[in-house]
Design a binder for this molecule. Structure first.
Ligand SMILES: [Mn+2]
Length: 317
């Protein structure tokens, strides 16, 4: 922590960013960090490989996010939020060298510590929570804009305060954010009640294909590329879809297989019990948290799902 603070004090010009396909924690923790640094009179550039998803465009400062890195940029440090591995920043960042240091701010236990400085609190409910620790220590005031972003990180990563990472501290923190100006109903409407109609057409296909294992302990569904084409949407709308297999009574582990254009599947996993899905994902080069993780495997759906089910049989003994 002290080394993070001293970099903030020393530096004048920072980049803040997060992983490709940003979710509410990735994007809002980036924005909160940037707003905090600006408050400390720093020059801040906000970057993501992808444009801000439509449902997150209500977030304060989201309009500042750019999707290209100029060669002329020269940052004292890059703050990377909510990103377990550097490759997750995307190809454009991999080709960019206009910075002196990387400061890795995260809450993924599987984070591979790629930063020159790594500040990773795996007990934190969201990366936003880690960001706020840093900003508070750096002397930032909690403005309503920062609070709205931080509140969004908490709602996103706790499933609206339903998951097991929700504790007394999480709720106190959320309360602090609301006191500072975050409006829970506005955040919820944007996050959960502003879905395009196509999202539900896609969800219908997912529910049609929903399967449960013979022992009832795990469940899965799949979305194919042809679904996206026929419905006219993208994976951006599927962020909460994994909650449907997860919600079945008796299911301990849920999987959502998403076909990628290049002959591979992205598999999102959720655990409702002690089963650590990040271990399953790490076996295939992915990662995440004990209860929420993901990996990518090449091959047909039959091959990929068989590999996953073999692993899950081994852990569900
Ligand atoms: Mn997160």
């Amino acid at each position: 922590m002290n080394s993070v603070i001293s970099e903030i004090k020393k530096g004048k010009n920072f980049l803040v960013c997060s992983h490709v396909g940003p979710d509410g924690d990735a994007m809002a923790s980036t924005l909160a960090m940037g707003l905090g640094l600006e408050q400390l009179k720093k020059k801040v550039t906000y970057y993501n490989h992808d444009p801000v998803p439509e449902n997150l465009r209500f977030l304060p400062a989201s309009k500042k996010v750019i999707t290209e890195l100029k060669e002329t940029f020269n940052f004292d440090a890059v703050f990377v939020m909510d990103c377990g591995a550097l490759e997750r920043l995307g190809k454009k960042f991999a080709q960019f060298h206009g910075y002196k240091k990387i400061i890795n701010v995260d809450h993924h236990a599987s984070n591979d510590r790629y930063g020159d400085i790594n500040y990773i609190l795996s007990d934190a409910a969201s990366s936003g929570e880690v960001v706020w620790k840093v900003l508070k220590k750096a002397g930032c005031k909690l403005t309503s804009d920062i609070a709205t972003n931080l509140y969004c990180t908490l709602v996103t990563d706790t499933g609206s305060f339903r998951y097991s990472n929700t504790n007394e501290h999480t709720l106190k923190l959320a309360s602090e954010m609301v006191a500072a100006g975050a409006d829970p109903s506005t955040v919820s409407i944007h996050l959960f009640e502003s879905q395009p109609y196509q999202a539900f057409q896609l969800l219908g296909r997912l529910l049609d294909r929903l399967k449960v294992s013979s022992d009832g302990r795990y469940s899965w569904s799949v979305i194919y590329q042809k679904d996206l084409k026929e419905v006219g949407t993208s994976y951006e709308v599927t962020e909460d879809f994994i909650n449907y297999p997860r919600a079945i009574k008796g299911v301990e582990v849920a999987f959502l297989f998403k076909e990628l254009p290049e002959g591979a599947y992205k598999i999102s996993m959720r655990s409702k019990t002690h089963i650590d899905v990040s271990q399953i994902c790490m076996a295939f080069g992915g990662g995440g948290h004990k209860k929420a993780a993901a990996c990518i495997i090449k091959g047909s759906f039959d091959d990929v799902s068989q590999k996953i089910f073999e692993k899950v049989h081994a852990v569900l003994v």
